[in-house]
Design a protein around this ligand. Structure first.
Ligand code: GAP
Length: 489
């Protein structure tokens, strides 16, 4: 690209709050994400992926799936059912411990996470420059972890700090109660407690209960992994931020079974691999990714890190990497009465494997990529909105644009579209000026536009226009498929 091409594009800096607002609007207008059941007023924190959104999400999931199962000869995939025998959730600890501390406001009838109210309060004190008070409340809050009556201690702190609801300013609090996050439904014709089943709150348990099925059928030897992509459900209080936190979402999880004593080495290796995946495979800039080490661990973990991403609304988790010890397999052995041990055929050793888990959310990653990609600039004096998505993630890989829609030019362009469509999702657009058509494609992140023009009729070449730089070059039309294939590696 020459320097004169680069100066054709001038960037516009946007504030983070503007980015979210514009993203939500673009997502709906261009068919990425719609509010669920919108004609009935929607349903809180539920969303539908539109034509472009579902293509983009599929690309994300395919990239994850291939990076796990195709690139590792010792990882295989499964697709377990969402509803499982309820004993699974007794054994996993979710029935007893998968709770959030909730507090209700009697006046407004709204419900809040008690711990979130306190954390927001501490953040606000810091923002207001009341650092000393913030540190004091923080240390009291941290000490609550060992309080004999956690709910009472949370309530006392909320009341003593005079914490109000952030959205209404009211503070007519009930006591704090623990609410289980699992959705329940009744299976069969009669609704009573004997036939309660849960919608899974994580995909991982479908993997643990299939440990021996997969190991035996695929002749896997420890260390090996099982990967899965699927829906999970959590009855959470959702604060907004579009699709960041939903009650129905999708996870991409991999459980890696290792010999006890080797889990830290495996953990560190997966930690590095997963972090690099976001940079190398998805093109996320490293400065937007952060590590967070958990001090407060989930009931199953002895070591846990999150990969966090700098969203426009703050730095938040996109993936958890957990050392789950032998907790899950041991629990399933105890509750099912089935032996979950692995026997090493070479040494004769018997043990319950330890597990390192990588757990990413495809919806959250979708939002991370969309917010990372949102860009406004000016090209040749014309403002434009562009999604600077990696070509691998972009829903449409190329657009075919005939300069004139009728006659030989139109026919040539249609032929090119048909050839490309055998391998890639392409769009054909012959309406409006060529400049407008480029803008339409920029806005949905299409990385390349192929234009069929007068010269194409003479020498069979076409123009390739690159989205980010607006740079153009000519290639032979017969090389278009190969051109895209190379760009998508
Ligand atoms: N099996 C471990 C597990 O479920 P987690 O940290 O609770 O761990 C893993 O969840 C990932 O799932 C998160 O990093 C996030 O990307 C996604 N996730 C969790 N809850 C979510 C929600 N309510 N909405 C959207 N994504 C969610």
């Amino acid at each position: 690209m020459s320097s004169s091409d680069q100066t054709r594009v001038q960037n516009i800096n946007l504030t983070p709050d503007k980015v979210m607002h514009k993203l939500v609007s673009l997502a709906k207008r261009r068919g990425f994400i719609f509010p669920s059941s919108e004609i009935y007023g929607g349903l809180s924190s539920c969303f539908d992926y539109g034509p472009l959104g579902s293509e983009m999400k599929k690309n994300i999931k395919d990239l994850w799936w291939n990076s796990m199962t195709r690139r590792h000869t010792n990882i295989v995939g499964i697709d377990a059912s969402i509803m499982m025998n309820p004993m699974v959730w007794e054994a996993s600890g979710h029935v007893a411990s998968f709770n959030d501390p909730m507090i209700d406001d009697r006046t407004t009838k709204r419900r809040y996470r008690a711990d979130h109210l306190i954390e927001n309060h501490i953040e606000k004190l810091r923002r207001d420059g009341k650092t000393e008070q913030a540190e004091k409340v923080q240390s009291v809050y941290e000490a609550l972890a060992t309080a004999p009556d956690m709910n009472r201690a949370l309530y006392d702190l909320i009341v003593s700090q005079n914490i109000k609801a952030p959205d209404t300013g009211s503070g007519d609090w009930t006591e704090v109660r623990q609410f289980n996050l699992m959705f329940q439904c009744a299976m069969g014709a009669v609704a009573d407690t004997s036939n309660i089943v849960y919608l899974r709150p994580e995909t991982a348990q479908g993997i643990f209960v299939n440990f021996h099925n997969v190991r035996e059928s695929s002749r896997m030897k420890v260390p090996f992994g099982i990967a899965q992509i699927g829906k999970a459900f959590r009855n959470e209080i959702v604060k907004g931020n579009f699709i960041f936190r939903m009650v129905e979402f999708e996870q991409m999880e991999m459980q890696y079974f290792v010999k006890p004593g080797t889990q830290i080495e495996a953990f560190e290796s997966w930690r590095a691999e997963r972090f690099n995946w976001y940079i190398e495979e998805l093109g996320i800039s490293p400065e937007k990714l952060h590590w967070y080490k958990h001090d407060k661990l989930a009931h199953y973990a002895d070591l846990a890190y999150d990969i966090k991403f700098a969203f426009p609304f703050g730095i938040e988790e996109i993936e958890g990497i957990h050392s789950r010890t032998d907790f899950d397999l041991s629990q399933h052995q105890q509750y099912s009465g089935k032996n979950m041990e692995y026997i090493d055929q070479t040494t004769g050793e018997r043990y319950i494997p330890y597990v390192v888990e990588t757990s990413s959310g495809s919806d959250r990653l979708f939002l991370a990529l969309l917010s990372d990609a949102y860009n406004e600039d000016v090209v040749d004096g014309e403002p434009r909105v562009m999604l600077k998505l990696s070509p691998k993630v972009a829903p449409v890989k190329a657009a075919v644009l005939p300069l004139i829609k009728k006659g030989e030019m139109g026919e040539k362009a249609e032929k090119l579209r048909d050839e490309l469509s055998m391998s890639f999702l392409v769009q054909y657009d012959d309406a409006a000026s060529i400049g407008k058509r480029y803008r339409r494609q920029d806005e949905i992140g299409t990385p390349f536009c192929f234009t069929v023009d007068h010269q194409s009729l003479e020498d069979n070449t076409i123009t390739v226009r690159y989205r980010d730089s607006a740079y153009q070059e000519r290639i032979d039309m017969s090389k278009a498929v190969e051109f895209l294939a190379v760009k998508l590696v």
